[in-house]
Design a protein around this ligand. Structure first.
Ligand code: MV4
Length: 495
């Protein structure tokens, strides 16, 4: 593998290119007209424009991307996450052209892309699943019957669904018919597939996922878990590894189940097996994501393994260079996603120019991003600006390091979710580890952030008035002029 094309943009394109560079592999960026001067384009050895800004006309144009790959004679294509990363047709076309798709087989992607097919595939293994139907339901009265047996509340899910789309909670029999019709029509319009099934609704679950790596020689290992329960409308906000609720016994049980799920679909590459964990710490297999995930860095931090390098080595046909028993967790890692969204205004995407953009630094801090100061945030794509990851020797250190890093981060020009992340990290439910997927719904209201804003305003007013009153003796000595704009300058200057 001498040259890899990255069929993606932003932070993940850059992330993948960095590992390629370390492996001596040349990189090709494909970019839309909106990303012409983006860091990932400048970082690549070669770059090729594939179309106008809308993703449907560029990053989702599989044929254009394959054309570019052939023109530049690349050996492999890395799809990143989102866009074409879980599109089995794309993977198949890439392979047909004699280019290596850095990911699982089209077949595995197809099976895991359907929740019902996934359930069927893992049936021969002893994988715990939420009580429910393992086939699509179309008969309302039969479905009602089954729902009654399972017991309310139940959840209607779309087989083709993902990210919570096409999901409906039903509290009682009399609501069933209406909710089922809604779920079917939602699934039909969103996925072109109206198949739905039902499950017992797990009321207060935690979302825990297991990272797996599988090579082409039948070796499969798990790289422990990531806890992703802090989400807002199915968008993850904070992820960490390890989870505070797993002990080594449950971790091993879940790990072995995840390996079996990978076996069940002849999985190759890096994948993630999602589980729900209920209050009694029973776990249930939900689905498998057949891509590198946004939150993969927390696993890298606690295992010391570069997952992108492993993906490439596996795609080249290499055997995994370690066994399960060689793997150890070291310390604790947390990731927060920094979105250009206004948390006090219902998380509305906040577009604009990054007037100030200064990254936090120092021990245990990693920033995966794809922007530079002065850049405009394109409106066409996901508003995630960066992933901020901290690693510490234990959870408390990772948390205080994250709060320190958030305080160092300087972003102006757009509102970001950083203050919201700080709020969550300081909340006693988070600190104690006693939380579930309803954390934000249960504890967050915009006024929680407004009060912090007010405090800052007051400080600013005080500083301004003191500068005004002491005009003759400047508040800052001349050699510190450069820092005056900085938000760090909240100390008392002793001269
Ligand atoms: C569930 C559930 C409760 N009970 N299944 C949401 C997205 C999809 N991956 C599965 N999801 C859920 N499935 C049963 N039987 C609750 C959720 C769920 C959820 C899961 C993980 C993280 C956040 C969530 C938020 C709402 C609902």
């Amino acid at each position: 593998m001498k040259k890899v094309l990255i069929a993606n943009r932003g932070e993940i394109a850059l992330r993948v290119m960095r590992s390629c560079k370390e492996m001596g592999i040349a990189t090709v960026a494909v970019f839309s007209e909106a990303d012409r001067s983006a860091p990932f384009v400048l970082y690549a050895d070669e770059a090729i424009c594939i179309g106008p800004p809308p993703a449907a006309e560029s990053y989702l144009q599989g044929n254009k991307i394959i054309e570019a790959a052939k023109k530049l004679k690349v050996d492999g294509i890395h799809p990143g996450y989102g866009f074409l990363s879980e599109n089995s047709d794309f993977a198949e076309k890439v392979e047909k052209e004699g280019i290596t798709f850095i990911g699982p087989s089209a077949k595995a992607m197809e099976v895991m892309g359907s929740k019902l097919a996934a359930k069927a595939a893992v049936k021969k293994y002893n994988i715990p699943m939420v009580p429910g139907t393992d086939e699509a339901i179309d008969d309302v009265s039969e479905a009602k019957n089954i729902a009654g047996k399972i017991g309310f509340p139940i959840l209607i899910k779309a087989s083709a669904g993902g990210g919570g789309k096409g999901m409906r909670i039903v509290e009682k029999t009399s609501d069933f018919e209406e909710q089922m019709k809604l779920a079917v029509s939602e699934a039909t319009s969103a996925f072109g597939d109206g198949s739905v099934f039902i499950e017992k609704y797990v009321a207060s679950p935690r979302h825990i996922e297991i990272q797996v790596l599988a090579d082409k020689h039948g070796n499969i290992i798990y790289l422990f878990e990531r806890e992703c329960s802090i989400q807002r409308r199915h968008q993850k906000v904070i992820e960490e590894a390890p989870s505070t609720v797993l002990n080594s016994k449950i971790r091993e049980q879940m790990g072995k189940c995840a390996v079996d799920v990978a076996k069940a679909c002849d999985y190759v590459g890096a994948g993630t097996v999602e589980f729900l964990l209920d209050e009694k710490k029973n776990f249930y297999f939900l689905e498998m994501n057949t891509r590198l995930q946004v939150e993969h860095p927390v696993t890298e931090m606690i295992t010391g393994i570069d997952l992108v390098k492993e993906q490439i080595k596996i795609a080249k046909g290499e055997k995994l260079s370690f066994e399960q028993k060689d793997l150890k967790m070291s310390g604790h890692a947390i990731e927060v996603r920094v979105y250009a969204e206004d948390p006090v205004n219902n998380f509305l995407p906040d577009i604009g120019t990054l007037q100030t953009y200064r990254r936090p630094q120092g021990i245990g801090v990693r920033v995966d991003d794809g922007f530079e100061e002065g850049m405009e945030i394109p409106i066409y794509y996901d508003p995630m600006l960066a992933k901020l990851i901290t690693h510490g020797s234990n959870r408390n250190e990772a948390i205080s390091r994250m709060i320190r890093a958030i305080d160092e981060y300087e972003i102006s020009g757009v509102e970001t979710t950083l203050p919201f992340c700080k709020f969550a990290l300081q909340h006693k439910a988070f600190v104690s580890g006693n939380f579930d997927t309803h954390f934000i719904q249960n504890y967050f209201t915009p006024d929680k952030l407004k009060s912090a804003d007010k405090l800052e305003e007051e400080i600013a007013a005080l500083v301004a008035s003191s500068v005004f009153l002491e005009r003759k003796t400047p508040a800052f000595s001349n050699n510190e002029v450069n820092h005056q704009k900085s938000k760090w300058k909240t100390n008392r200057l002793v001269e």
